[in-house]
Ligand binder design. Structure first.
Ligand SMILES: Nc1nc2c(ncn2[C@@H]2O[C@H](COP(=O)(O)OP(=O)(O)OP(=O)(O)O)[C@@H](O)[C@H]2O)c(=O)[nH]1
Ligand SMILES: [Mg+2]
Length: 485
């Protein structure tokens, strides 16, 4: 059966949606990239997207029967070989699928070539494809095309990357929902509500100030306050969301020999860090990712903080302090079998204004530390007594972490949350403008003042879905993607 090469009547595809946003962009070239991770594996996949995808593939692919892939129906795996057209040399045995536009990932024609895994076949095939006129795809360019071609919005595109990089089940679930548009729909809902307010304001502007009905104004205020509440609620999920996405950066600090590395090992359930009874054992920063009750944790073991003559240890102590300043949470450890020292006091000063959990370790030994004094010194901070030697109190640490991250309101089962800092910022600005608008209504300012604030809210919220963003930002976002996605 014949399957003619699709005839394109345009040299370049002008992205209509995007043009509507004031930016014109042409996607007239065909891109290709290796879509699977480098290294040894069962299969490797090379992906081609664009109007010449089929044309290029036909030059290098020989199906086992027939002349070319065009002889086969779309969306079916076809078995054959990749051939170098210059010398007819076989490159690899492959399965190829052709997906015709527009129902594809990019909304363009897509070809995927499944070859043997490993670096050589994928590299050779990609080189051939590039020689036939495709361009090497930029990072995230397939997804960028899906966005520019209007298949997904910006928040959904970002969710794709979050899915790939998710480190916990929870992070994956949230990203999957966002990919399906959960966040976008919610944001669009609020934007539409703001748009309704703008419509009311528009009508009022046509009247002179005296004629603006008090009741209409009251209604406007009430509705704005409703939206403000919704936006605040959504924004409240952002702290938890950031942790779900990026992990809670947690630094273990304390003077030498209190058991910091032992804590890292215990929570990891492996002997990752060297533990000895020599103070000053850890010199470098040891960073490990782990999962506690679904919370991704980036746990950082540091050199014990003390004054020292040893140059290597000095550098370690300096690094400890640097990491300490960047942490989301600090686990400050003390040794129950020793009295409080100057070093402990110094660290207590350092953690004063930080989110910190205080661990008094080695309670299996005779307790010499003055627990009451520590309580006085650390104020509100939670204190947990533990013994890493006989593993008591570990569950308390885990409980505290969970409590801290989910803060009661945001339940572990909630899936709609703001996980992306860019979204959070846009939401914050949107909320701020709305609040300015509310204040303007209360102060009975002219309607066009109020209109400006609400219009800003509408714009800022639009940044989340990509409705109101510039080309630079879009480029920046996709640069962080991986090649082949
Ligand atoms: N008895 C007792 N000993 C412990 C406990 N936790 C750790 N230790 C011991 O304390 C010593 C120091 O432990 P580390 O984990 O190396 O201490 P650290 O804080 O990492 O020390 P530096 O890397 O030198 O800063 C080791 O001999 C551990 O076996 C505990 O709960 N009870
Ligand atoms: Mg150590």
């Amino acid at each position: 059966m014949g399957f003619a090469i699709i005839c394109y009547n345009t040299n370049s595809i002008l992205i209509k949606d995007y043009k509507d946003r004031g930016v014109s962009m042409f996607l007239d070239d065909t891109i290709a990239a290796i879509a699977t991770a480098p290294g040894e594996a069962g299969i490797g996949i090379i992906r081609i997207s664009g109007e010449k995808a089929l044309l290029i593939t036909n030059k290098i692919f020989r199906p086992i029967k027939g002349d070319s892939l065009s002889d086969y129906p779309a969306r079916r795996l076809t078995y054959g070989h990749i051939i170098n057209p210059e010398n007819s040399e076989k490159i690899d045995e492959v399965l190829v699928v052709y997906m015709d536009a527009p129902y594809t990932y990019t909304k363009e024609d897509i070809i995927e070539i499944n070859c043997h895994g490993g670096m050589i076949p994928v590299k050779r095939i990609l080189e051939l494809i590039l020689k036939q006129g495709a361009r090497m795809a930029d990072a995230g360019e397939f997804t960028k095309r899906a966005f520019l071609n209007g298949r997904i919005d910006l928040a959904q595109a970002e969710a794709v990357m979050d899915l790939i990089s998710a480190k916990t089940e929870k992070g994956f679930d949230v990203a999957l929902d966002q990919l399906e548009g959960s966040l976008s729909k919610r944001v669009e809902k609020y934007r539409n509500e703001v748009l309704e307010l703008l419509a009311h304001i528009e009508v009022s502007i046509d009247f002179s100030e005296e004629d603006v009905d008090e009741i209409a104004l009251e209604l406007l205020l009430a509705k704005s306050i409703d939206i403000e509440k919704s936006l605040s609620n959504l924004l409240e999920t952002a702290d938890t969301g950031k942790i779900i996405r990026e992990g809670l950066s947690t630094v273990i600090v304390g003077k030498p020999n209190v058991g910091k590395s032992s804590l890292l090992n215990t929570l990891l359930r492996e002997s990752r860090a060297i533990v000895t009874d020599v103070p000053g054992t850890t010199r470098d920063i040891i960073e490990e990712h782990l999962n506690i009750k679904g919370i991704p944790l980036k746990l950082i073991d540091t050199a014990g903080i003390r004054e020292t003559e040893d140059i290597v240890e000095q550098i370690g102590v300096k690094k400890s302090k640097e990491f300490f300043n960047k942490a989301d949470l600090i686990i400050f450890m003390l040794d129950a079998s020793r009295e409080i020292t100057v070093e402990d006091m110094d660290i207590i000063q350092l953690i004063k204004d930080k989110k910190a959990l205080v661990l008094i370790n080695k309670v299996d030994l005779p307790v010499k530390v003055d627990v009451e004094k520590i309580k006085d010194l650390v104020g509100e901070k939670r204190i947990v007594k533990v013994s890493l030697a006989d593993e008591t109190g570990i569950d308390k640490i885990e409980e505290y972490l969970e409590e801290m991250v989910y803060k009661g309101e945001v339940k572990a089962k909630d899936r709609l949350m703001v996980t992306n800092v860019r979204h959070k910022n846009a939401l914050e600005r949107g909320l701020k403008s709305l609040q300015d608008g509310i204040q303007a209504i209360k102060n009975k300012l002219p309607m066009d003042f109020i209109e400006v604030d609400f219009k800003n809210t509408w714009d800022f919220l639009g940044e989340i879905t990509g409705d109101t963003v510039g080309e630079d930002l879009i480029d920046h976002i996709f640069q962080n993607f991986c090649i082949g996605k």
